[in-house]
Design a protein around this ligand. Structure first.
Ligand code: NG6
Ligand code: CA
Length: 503
């Protein structure tokens, strides 16, 4: 009831309408709760609704079957930090040269003066929270993890934050709640460095006998919970996270956030850590899929999604909550640990029909699951409209009554809600600072130096000495470069690419 009254408040004061019988409906229609579930390295082909058969994802499928399932949904980038930067700021990541995979010691990437999605929603009366993977830098650089770490999520629009600083494979391996390390014993301070080890501390390189998970490439610095990480860390024993409990921990925080803020419109950015490495599914899920730890981590994540939906249902919030389900970038099977994901992959194809994966400029890097679910408001359908996470800012701005423009983020609310198919015509794609253009059904990849394949992860990166042009309509797997056969289209796309890139 309070929620509805609050809705009246918003309609009455923020929009200036008369309060009348229709206002209740209107309040919910313009100010639903918003949850963005952003998975980490989940591929297009990892979800049942997107064609996976070797792996079951019944809860994500439930969202897909009851909502708009986009087949042309994109992250802006094939890696995490830039992708998340764009999702939260509505700005293309290649405009910010620091938007690269960040170490745990990096300063906050988002300027505190910058417009962000949570800031827009806050202004519209929302309570805003982030739970999960941050990976957008914290503090002013080389943060002191034993004091309040600022600026961070709470300074760029989130009222509440419970995050890991970077990635599960990077130090510091602790949770940070509203800027403070959770469970820290002041007598046992944390020290972090990405340059040098701390005297006497074992590393994955020197002490393989201490490892429960072996490294394959990189990931041979400090050992935490028997897992070798990227970066060096010492101390903070009581605060260290337990990897196998991470999913439960984030889920509990996400659920508590919802329960605590259900009386008011809320925005929850639930940034799940699966199936990024190290894949540490809870023992309840280990071994359940036959696909090894990567599959088991996805099964665990799917269960978390189910738990969240159950809570929303129990709280009678499902019809008042718009849910976006997506992933920050495409999939990778071997991302640096010997974790059986390669050996047990079988016929499963994490990138679905697409070429490449994480780190790649090919579709596998950036084409990701993208579902919009809003029970009772959004009608189920499959949409082939071109949509991108960079547009969530302007679109949700529109939904909640503000007209916002960052230059890059455009309002596609009608498309996201399934009432229009007129998605983007052009979109710049990024992978490790290289960019490409999707325009209509065409993809243009300019020539880039560098290896064609990253052999460590076994992924084609999209680098070639000549322009590559693909017709996704006839060739979604990007097998035929038609740049030579289609000189007019090639020229048109080069012009469009340079126009947007400002070259
Ligand atoms: C890479 C890591 C990889 C992963 C990635 C970030 C090595 C060799 N590889 O540098 O394991 O952590 O960074 O992934 O260290 S992302 O999803 O956060 O972008
Ligand atoms: Ca990622």
């Amino acid at each position: 009831m309070k929620r509805i009254l609050y809705g009246f408040f918003l309609i009455g004061f923020a929009i200036g309408c008369q309060i009348n019988g229709g206002a209740q409906q209107k309040a919910i229609a313009t100010h639903p709760n918003i949850i963005i579930i952003n998975m980490d390295d989940l591929g297009y082909g990892d979800v049942g609704a997107y064609g996976a058969t070797a792996l079951q994802t019944p809860n994500i499928d439930r969202l897909a079957e009851g909502g708009v399932r986009f087949t042309n949904g994109y992250a802006t980038s094939a890696t995490c930090t830039p992708s998340r930067f764009a999702l939260l700021t509505g700005v293309y990541p290649w405009r910010n040269e620091n938007a690269r995979i960040l170490p745990g010691t990096a300063p906050l990437l988002i300027d505190t003066a910058q417009l962000t999605l949570p800031k827009i929603l806050k202004k519209a009366g929302y309570h805003t929270g982030v739970v999960g993977k941050w990976h957008l830098g914290l503090g002013a650089g080389n943060a002191n993890w034993n004091e309040r770490i600022t600026p961070g999520p709470n300074e760029v629009g989130f009222d509440y934050s419970f995050v890991m600083a970077a990635t599960q494979d990077r130090v510091p391996t602790v949770y940070i709640e509203n800027g403070s390390t959770v469970g820290l014993d002041p007598e046992d301070p944390i020290f972090v460095s990405y340059e040098t080890n701390f005297e006497g501390e074992p590393t994955g390189l020197d002490h393989p006998e201490l490892l429960k998970l072996k490294w394959h490439h990189g990931h041979n610095n400090s050992i935490v919970n028997g897992i070798p990480r990227i970066g060096f860390m010492k101390g903070g024993t009581a605060a260290l996270w337990k990897d196998e409990e991470m999913a439960d921990t984030f889920l509990a925080k996400a659920k508590a956030y919802i329960t605590d803020h259900k009386e008011k419109p809320f925005f929850l950015y639930y940034a799940m850590q699966q199936p990024h490495v190290p894949r540490t599914p809870n023992p309840r899920f280990a071994g359940t899929t036959g696909l090894g730890s990567r599959g088991d981590a996805i099964a665990e994540a799917d269960w978390c999604v189910g738990q969240l939906l159950e809570l929303l249902e129990d709280e009678n919030l499902l019809e008042h909550t718009l849910i976006v389900f997506t992933s920050d970038n495409g999939p990778v099977v071997n991302d640096g640990y010997q974790d059986d994901a390669v050996e047990k992959l079988g016929n499963h194809t994490p990138s679905g029909p697409f070429r490449g994966g994480k780190y790649s400029l090919y579709e596998g890097g950036v084409r990701i699951p993208f579902i919009v679910y809003w029970k009772g408001t959004v009608s189920p359908k499959v949409s082939d409209a071109l949509v991108c996470q960079v547009d969530l800012l302007a679109s949700f701005g529109k939904l909640t009554g503000s007209t916002v423009s960052t230059g890059d983020s455009e309002d596609y609310l009608d498309v996201l809600l399934g009432s229009s198919n007129a998605g983007r015509t052009s979109l710049i794609l990024e992978a490790s600072a290289r960019t490409a253009l999707r325009h209509g059904n065409w993809v243009l990849i300019p020539p880039y130096d560098g290896p064609a394949v990253n052999k460590q992860v076994n992924i084609e990166l999209g680098n070639a000495t000549e322009y590559q042009l693909f017709d996704l309509k006839n060739d979604p797997g990007q097998q035929q470069n038609v740049a030579k056969q289609q000189p007019d289209i090639l020229e048109k796309l080069i012009t469009e690419f340079e126009r947007i890139r400002g070259a």
